[in-house]
Design a protein around this ligand. Sequence first.
Ligand code: B3K
Ligand code: ZN
Length: 903
Amino acid sequence: MLRTDIAGVISRADYTPPAFLIETVRLEFDLDPDCTTVTNRMRLVRNPAGNGGDLTLHGQELQLVSLAVDGQAWPGYRVGDEGLTIVAPPDSFELTLVSRCNPLGNTSLMGLYVSGGNFFTQCEAEGFRKITYFLDRPDVMSTYTVTLRADREAYPVLLANGNLVEEGGLPDGRHYAIWEDPFKKPAYLFALVAGRLVCVEDRIVAGDGREKLLQVWVQPQDLDKTRHAMDSLIHAIRWDETRFGRVLDLDRFMIVAVSDFNMGAMENKGLNIFNTKYVLADAATATDDDFGNIEAVVGHEYFHNWTGNRVTCRDWFQLSLKEGLTVFRDQEFSADMMGTESGRAVKRIDDVRVLRQAQFPEDAGPMAHPVRPESYLEINNFYTVTVYEKGAEVVRMYQTLLGREGFRRGMDLYFERHDGQAVTCDDFRAAMADANGTDLTQFGRWYSQAGTPRVSVSAAYDEPSHTYALTLTQSCPKVGVELQDTTLVKQPFHIPFALGLIDRAGNDIPLRLMGEPAGAPAPTTRVLDLTRASQTFMFTDVPHMPMPSLLRGFSAPVIVEHDYTIDELAFQMAHDSDPFNRWEAGQRLATRQLLALVESIQLGQLPSVDSFVLEAFRLVLRDDTLDPAFRAQALTLPAETYLGEQMTETDPAAIHAARQYLRQRLAAALHTEWLAAYHNHRVPGTYQPDAASAGQRALKNLALSYLMELPDATMVQTARTQYDSADNMTDRFAALAALVHRGGAAIEADEAHGAPHAAQALADFYTRFEREPLAIDKWFALQAMQRGDGSHCVIDAVRALMQHPAFTLKNPNRARSLIFSFCSGNPSQFHAADGSGYVFWVEQVLALDALNPQVAARLARSLDRWRKYTPSLRERMRGALQQVSAHKTLSKDVREIVDKALA
Ligand code: B3K
Ligand code: ZN
């Protein structure tokens, strides 16, 4: 069994229903930055499903002013650091609590805080307890009425969840607003905003025939950057109506942007609060990626209205119930918005890149946990790529297994059964199974077992009988917390394995399994149900030895092991009808080449590049029938962190050198083609962020980045001209990045040209965008991720930038742009042999922890994979982790991360 007795550890197995339910809440806020008073009147009833006992409410950093039960003083209570216990309360009563908190002093950005002089809240997961005493758990759902009172001049706008029912003036220049949310909700969905804000408005008639008011609230100077967010919201509303039959249930839906925010955005009922990064966009300050991310995040938060808010989680172990499902929904939304099949594939490739670069390492490291974790010390540490992105893959597998219509039937049943409830991942799986009359018991292991399964594939062709036998064997050793569980024996997963067979001419072969009648339709892609440890599938009528196209569309979050030859991969890259696998073949080819280069570099040998690889890439670059966005994906080499994961011992310096070497070789060998791509993919007319134009820019700017690898100094001028003349941030920033990366690189030939250009352009960029914090974040991030060489250490640049007047640790976006970009986005510099990166990491984790534990804990994770590195780096990393762990006053957040890493 797992140890659940460690101090402070919360275990899934220990769930008990709450002793009381809170039916209604009336909150009154007297907003004041240093001392806000909250009056909370709650109707409580004993929970028939509870186990009796006293009433213990959560509460943190609160000052209790008064307490009354049914309007009378109640002497039987205790207040502690974590909450308030009412001893022997009645079975049904009204509790009135008055308490105070300090929003201005709140640097954790959880609960009620001040940003840019305005008030904001963040309650998920457990921030409401910093606002008032409450049963701050998702299975307690209540109806809220909220009164806000504040100075009218300083806080002209007063917003909360639901509908505005009353507003008016008060003596002493104050005013008030009363908001009612008609839907029951858990406390984590509560929100208020107060301050000097303006909004763009739209009205739409929703699928229920009612008019809805939509608003995007921002600071006055940002009003002209809200159109894209509003359009994205309207698209999201329409998409959820069409694809899932889900209609916006409120008369009013608001999005508010705030620049101090711990994460991307938050789905508070009817009052979504967003990091400015995922709201504000115009051609001058946002890139194509920013526009895409805004659409995705606006969609994601909106989709939570049904998957998360109407149906919520019983406890935080079920987080993926809402997050995995909602990420899946936003991925599908973005894919549909791409408008073409090829666009969908590009989106899928992007999503899989993230999964492999971030989730696979998590699933192999000390924080590895199942999609539904078994225990945690701090729940904020479990908003992970496993819960989100792997969770989305798990939901996608239901759709792959049940088909789009079957999946929709399952979703409909899920809402029919559970609307207004707080439920579990098992309830979701049961709805999927019951709506389709199928058994998904084994599928449940995706929720309980951690780790990335490996599927090894072997094949045999029998010429006389024209049969092809494909054997799939799965394995998934214990990882992370599973290693401590001596009784655990891992069981095979239910893996939907999509595949095709390609003939010599590059065409798909119709797929017929042994025993199937000859007349039955034979599709060219089939999803095999791999449920046992090893299974053989026999295909008949296969005219000759085919080339297998495995795991088409990445139908399951697994690692496929198969001995492809180099020419097989080149063939697949040129011919596979599945665009995902065409891309995948190129990535495999590049990975194999890069790992060979790493080995040569480590052995001090002369590196050499296989001409096959160069020719395969040339074919893709020249193929004008392929979508430019797809070509850009296919010609982007695997990331350094991904390559590190493919090695027994990660050697960041050698990986960086190998990747750079291959980039230079590709640049030189395909020089003519890159130049043509650069010149032929300029987009005429005014900037539009649509998928087709963005794809052209992606290919053009990729070409620029390759061309800048060559010692041809004229390219420096080309980049500088693009930087100066660009009418949009995508092109301007790509040119700046090309200059900066060249400036930092050891290209002797034009050191004299590249470096000054980079410095001038960086200075120009700063002055141009001084008043645009999101652009300045890009400026910091680019410098943190610049290349280094022997004489040029990026850590020095980063330390210098920390002294820049525009730098502050208190703003999470700014901290991420400089510190995280360096520690996670510049592996070869962060892992410098002298350990200077780790010294910096220790300092920053500790400094951040004193301000904002959630952000600090994220940074702490950049040493997760320490055991995988070369021995000297490994020892230095262990030392750094021990140094942090030795601090007595660490937050639970950071404590959990470093102690798990060292365990
Ligand atoms: N549900 C929020 C995440 C809250 C994170 C708290 N540490 C945003 C989202 O996933 O939509
Ligand atoms: Zn979410």
